[in-house]
Design a protein around this ligand. Structure first.
Ligand code: KIV
Length: 289
C-alpha cells in the first residue's frame, strides 16, 4: 500500500458516523470534515491520564483534548499559564497509551509557540513524536495564523482556539465573555476566517455569544467546537472534571454536570476509612492464608 492508496478502514471515512462508527482505527481530520458536511454534531472531552481517557474512548467520544486546562484541573495550579511542554508531553503520552479510537489533540502550552512559527513547529513535533498525538491546538486567531500555516504545511493537523483564550488570563483580567459588541464580533469573524485560511482543521470558540458562534459556524467550512458558544456549533467540548462533577466549587455557566463523581469518590473514601477504623476491612475474603 502506498501513500496515495488509503486502507479499507480509511476509506470508511466518508460513510461512517463519528459516534458509534468505525472503531478499528483512530478518528481522523477527514472524518471530522465529512461529519460537518452531513451535519453530524460531535463531542470532545478533555483527558489528562490513561485511565480516564480509556473510559471516554470506550464511550465513543471521537476526539479527546489533552488540554492545558490540566494546569488547573489536574496539576493543582490556579491557571493554565504555568504548564510546561514536558508536562504536556507526559500527559499526552499517557492519554495516547490509554486509547485506541479517539483522535488525540494536545494543547501547545503558554510560551511554547508565541515566539515564532519555528518554535511552534519544534514543540508540535515533540507532541507528535514523543507523545504520539494526532493533532495540536493553539490559541489565537490572526495573531497565530503564520504559525498555523507553517505547522499545516509541515503535516501537523492544527485545531485553533479563539474567543476566550485562557492563556491570556492575566492580560484579560479574568475570563470574560468575548465577541460582545460590533467591533469585537467583527474581530472574532476575522480570527475565525484567518485560522481557516491558514489551514486549521477545526476551531474552538470559547465563551462567545450564541448568535455569533452560530454565524461563525455558518460562514466556516471547517467544524467549530463550542465551549460556552451556545447550541449551534458543529461540536461541543467540556472539561471532563466539570462535566463529571469532580471540580470543587463553582463551575462556569456553560457547564452541564452529568455526574457527581466528587461526592461518589468522597463517600467511597470515607466508607473505606470507617471500615479500617472499625476493623470491618479487611474481612476474611480479602485475606490470604
Ligand atoms: O485546555 C482546555 O481544556 C481547553 C478547552 C477549554 C477547550 O482549551
Amino acid at each position: 500500500m502506498n501513500a496515495s492508496s488509503p486502507s479499507p478502514a480509511q476509506n470508511q471515512a466518508s460513510t461512517a458516523t463519528l459516534y458509534g462508527g468505525v472503531t478499528n482505527r483512530r478518528v481522523t481530520v477527514r472524518d471530522l470534515a465529512t461529519a460537518k458536511q452531513r451535519g453530524e454534531k460531535w463531542s470532545m472531552l478533555t483527558a489528562y491520564d490513561a485511565l480516564t481517557a480509556g473510559v471516554f474512548d470506550e464511550a465513543g467520544i471521537p476526539v479527546l483534548l489533552v488540554g492545558d486546562s490540566a494546569g488547573n484541573c489536574h496539576l493543582g495550579y490556579e491557571t493554565t499559564v504555568p504548564v510546561t511542554m514536558d508536562q504536556m508531553v507526559m500527559l499526552s503520552a499517557a492519554v495516547v497509551r490509554g486509547t485506541k479510537r479517539s483522535m488525540i489533540v494536545a494543547d501547545l502550552p503558554f510560551g511554547s509557540y508565541q515566539e515564532s512559527p519555528a518554535q511552534a513547529m519544534h514543540n508540535a513535533a515533540r507532541l507528535m513524536k514523543e507523545a504520539g498525538v494526532g493533532a495540536v491546538k493553539l490559541e489565537g486567531g490572526e495573531r497565530s495564523a503564520r504559525s498555523i500555516e507553517l505547522l499545516v504545511e509541515a503535516g501537523v493537523p492544527v485545531m485553533a482556539h479563539i474567543g476566550l483564550t485562557p492563556q491570556s488570563v492575566h492580560a484579560l483580567g479574568g475570563y470574560p465573555v468575548q465577541g460582545r459588541g460590533d467591533e469585537a464580533a467583527h474581530q472574532l469573524l476575522r480570527d475565525a476566517k484567518a485560522v481557516q485560511q491558514a489551514g486549521a482543521f477545526a476551531v474552538v470558540l470559547e465563551a462567545v455569544p450564541a448568535e455569533l458562534a452560530a454565524q461563525v459556524t455558518e460562514q466556516l467550512a471547517i467544524p467549530t467546537v463550542g465551549i460556552g458558544g451556545g447550541p449551534d456549533t458543529d461540536a461541543q467540548v467540556l472539561v471532563w472534571t466539570d462535566m463529571a462533577g469532580m471540580t470543587a466549587g463553582r463551575v462556569p455557566k456553560f457547564v452541564k454536570q452529568y455526574a457527581n463523581l466528587r461526592a461518589v469518590l468522597g463517600d467511597a473514601a470515607r466508607a473505606f476509612a470507617e471500615d479500617v477504623r472499625g476493623g470491618a476491612f479487611p474481612a476474611e475474603e480479602h485475606s490470604f492464608h
